[in-house]
Structure formats: structure tokens, C-alpha cells
Design a binder for this molecule. Structure first.
Ligand SMILES: NC(=O)C1=CN([C@@H]2O[C@H](COP(=O)(O)OP(=O)(O)OC[C@H]3O[C@@H](n4cnc5c(N)ncnc54)[C@H](OP(=O)(O)O)[C@@H]3O)[C@@H](O)[C@H]2O)C=CC1
Ligand SMILES: O=CCCC(=O)O
Length: 358
């Protein structure tokens, strides 16, 4: 397994034989000259091309001089996550072509200089590497392998990187369709929500073709703060589902705690503060707690996607006979929340399901 972490103020590839500035310059030739010419130690506070260093590795990693870097990047799916991810590639000077089922969501990207193609296969045909950030297994399959799907535009020398959260079986099916065209495939679901996507601070959980992983590493580093290479297709999906299974259960029990504290006469704001200082502190609690207390759920991670991830995680657990009673109970709560019309609210709206249970 390989983990690379973005660090501040320096160039990107410690393990690369190619200096990071020249890698990134050839990758995104339209980069502002500032970033191409500034000495490494004078980069700005928000590192656009920060140092990546290997903290744990059992395999070769990094980008070598002979790796061919993709010049034209496709991006399919301009939702909450896809839009800022594609924006960050554009802002870094990359040549990006976008597509979305609802075309109007491409407009902000087109204003920023993105090209547009009217179907996934036309994006794939016109690009070296195509990313996909889609809602669920069904849409990921359809956009990759359906009529006018990306696979129809793929071929040798091209790469497809699916960053959607899907189950391993779906990812393997997409892998099969893409590989059948002679192209390479990588699954790379992300940890981190809307704000980390905007800030280029996502965590990529990649698995699949190692050479494609190396090729797209500079792009992952533009969109994220760290990346793990986890081996065979399915491992990235599994890691993502386990992480989100934990997260979904955490949010459900946090909701119970907020409501219980209030019912016994405590100030839930103080509970959030106490939690933030102790061993169970998590950024999620401090971030979401205050708005949950106000019954506000501005959508960063839609509740319907959290329930989808719990459903898929339970399927994963079932496949290996692992008992997951806490996650199963949490899943039921998200299903109740969905039945109350909260699908498109933030997943923290799951607390409303507990309010309804008198
Ligand atoms: N939001 C978050 O915090 C995070 C989300 N994720 C995962 O990333 C993925 C995307 O999430 P997010 O951006 O929040 O979701 P959104 O619901 O905002 O976006 C979903 C995207 O999928 C497209 N889509 C849905 N159904 C279809 C279909 N049948 N055919 C073609 N396109 C379709 C939508 O197109 P249209 O605009 O036309 O509806 C949209 O582009 C999900 O798998 C989610 O679990 C991962 C990490 C964090
Ligand atoms: O899949 C969504 C994950 C959201 C997060 O990691 O904050």
C-alpha cells in the first residue's frame, strides 16, 4: 500500500526523478508563469504544487520522467463534488472538458474556460484521461458503460478514473468494460466533502492500474491533500465504504447525544464543546453540531448518498459474514429520514428522524 501526503511550501514529488515544477508545467502548460518560475521555497501559503512524500510504501510510487502525462482531461458529473474538483483542475491551468446529464451545471465551468462535449463517449474520445464523479452505482455504470457511455470513446493509451462512491462489484464491472477497449482503469473514491473538494484537500483511495495511478498523480494532488494506492480494483471502493459506514454511525449516535443532552436540560452547544476537547473529538462534530442544534442542514454530503453508502457497506459486510449491527441500525435511521423527504438535505439531517420518533 502506498500513501502520499501533500505537504506545504515545496514541490510535489519527492520520489520523482523529474522536478515537480517541470512535471506540472508540462502537464498543465497554461499554468500561470508564477507557478512555473517561482523558486520552490517561495510558493504561496495554499500550496498549489506542494511536496508529496511517501510515508508508507511497499511498492514503487511517484511519477517518473518516462511517465506520459495526459494533456486533455475529461470530467463527467458536475454535482456537489465534481464541480469544485473540475474547477481546481481548471484553476491549475489544465485543459478540461466537462459533461453533465443536466447541461446547465456545466455552465460555471465553461465560464472558467472548460470545453464541453454533449456525451460521455465524446468527452472520452477527446481526452487522454477522463474522471467521473457520479451519484451511485447505477449512474456510474450508465455513464461509463451505457449507450453513449465513456467506454465507447475509450481506447489504448487512454485512462478512466472513477471517483464516485460505488461498491466493488460495480467498480469491477466498469473496469472490465474500460479494459476491454484497451484503456486503463483506476477507481479513486474520495474522503472529504464539499469544502475539502473546494480547497483541494480530498483524500483519494485509489486502486487499479498502477501506471494510470502514477500518470494521474499530479491531478490527484491538485484536487487532494493525500492519496493511497490500495492495489486491486475493489479495494478503494471497500475502503471508502468502511470509512463512510463509520461516519454514518458516528453521525447517528451524535444526533442521539445532542437530543438527549437537550432533553435532560443540558446545553447541546456545551456538549459540542466538551466533545471537541476530548478523545472522541472529530472535525465533523464541531462542523455540523452548531447547525444541527439550529435544525439547519446546508447540504455538503446529501443524506441519500450517506444511506446509499451504508447500504453498500452492509452488503460488503454481508459478503464476508461480518456482523455490523450498529451500522445496520444507523442505516434504518437514514431510511426513516429519507421517508421524511430529507434525501437532498445534508446527512446531518438524520437527527430529524429521531425527533420524529416520539
Ligand atoms: N458530497 C460529498 O460530501 C461527497 C460525495 N461523495 C460521493 O461522490 C459522488 C457524487 O456526490 P455529490 O457530488 O455529492 O452528488 P450530487 O448528487 O451533487 O451529484 C451527483 C452527480 O451524478 C449525476 N447523476 C445522477 N444520476 C445520474 C444518471 N442516472 N445519469 C447520469 N448522471 C447522473 C448528477 O447529474 P445531474 O446534475 O444531472 O443530476 C450529478 O452530476 C457520490 O457517489 C457520493 O457518494 C464522496 C465524497 C464526499
Ligand atoms: O462520502 C462522503 C464523505 C464526506 C466526508 O468525508 O466528509
Amino acid at each position: 500500500m502506498t500513501l502520499l501526503v501533500k505537504s506545504s511550501y515545496s514541490h510535489r514529488f519527492l520520489s520523482s526523478s523529474t522536478p515537480a515544477m517541470s512535471v506540472c508545467s508540462s502537464f498543465c502548460p497554461q499554468l500561470p508563469s508564477y507557478f512555473r518560475q517561482k523558486p520552490i521555497n517561495s510558493l504561496p501559503t495554499k500550496p498549489l504544487f506542494p511536496l508529496s512524500f511517501k510515508v508508507f510504501s511497499s511498492q514503487a510510487t511517484g511519477v517518473s520522467a518516462e511517465d506520459e502525462l495526459p494533456g486533455r482531461i475529461g470530467f463527467l458529473g458536475m454535482g456537489i463534488m465534481g464541480t469544485p474538483m473540475a474547477q481546481n483542475l481548471l484553476k491549475a491551468g489544465c485543459d478540461v472538458t466537462v459533461w453533465n446529464r443536466t447541461k446547465s451545471k456545466c455552465d460555471p465551468l465553461i465560464s472558467l474556460g472548460a470545453k464541453y462535449q454533449p456525451s460521455p463517449d465524446e468527452v472520452a474520445a477527446s481526452c487522454d484521461v477522463t474522471f467521473a464523479m457520479l451519484a451511485d452505482p447505477e449512474s456510474a455504470m450508465d455513464v461509463a458503460c451505457g449507450k453513449h457511455g465513456a467506454a465507447s470513446g475509450m481506447g489504448p493509451g487512454k485512462g478512466y478514473v472513477d471517483v464516485s462512491t460505488v461498491d466493488g462489484d460495480t467498480s469491477k464491472l466498469i473496469n472490465g468494460h474500460i479494459k476491454a477497449t484497451g484503456a486503463s482503469f483506476l477507481e479513486a473514491p474520495v474522503s472529504g466533502s464539499k469544502k475539502p473538494a473546494e480547497d483541494g484537500q480530498l483524500i483519494f483511495l485509489a486502486a487499479g492500474d498502477k501506471s494510470l495511478y502514477n500518470t494521474v498523480a499530479p491531478l490527484l494532488d491538485i484536487m487532494g491533500k493525500s492519496r493511497f494506492y490500495l492495489g486491486d480494483v475493489g479495494n478503494g471502493a471497500a475502503m471508502k465504504l468502511v470509512v463512510n459506514m463509520i461516519m454514518g454511525s458516528m453521525m447517528a449516535t451524535f444526533s442521539e447525544g445532542l437530543l438527549l443532552s437537550e432533553k435532560v436540560g443540558l446545553d447541546p452547544n456545551v456538549l459540542v464543546e466538551v466533545v471537541s476537547q476530548g478523545a472522541i473529538s472529530a472535525p465533523m462534530y464541531s462542523l455540523k453540531g452548531p447547525s444541527m442544534i439550529e435544525s439547519l442542514y446546508p447540504t455538503a454530503f446529501p443524506l441519500k448518498h450517506q444511506q446509499k453508502d451504508l447500504r453498500l457497506a452492509l452488503g460488503l459486510a454481508e459478503s464476508v459474514s461480518q456482523s455490523t449491527p450498529i451500522a445496520a441500525a444507523a442505516n434504518e435511521l437514514y431510511k426513516v429520514a429519507k421517508s421524511h423527504g430529507l434525501s437532498d438535505e445534508d446527512f446531518s439531517a438524520v437527527i430529524e428522524a429521531l425527533k420524529a420518533k416520539k
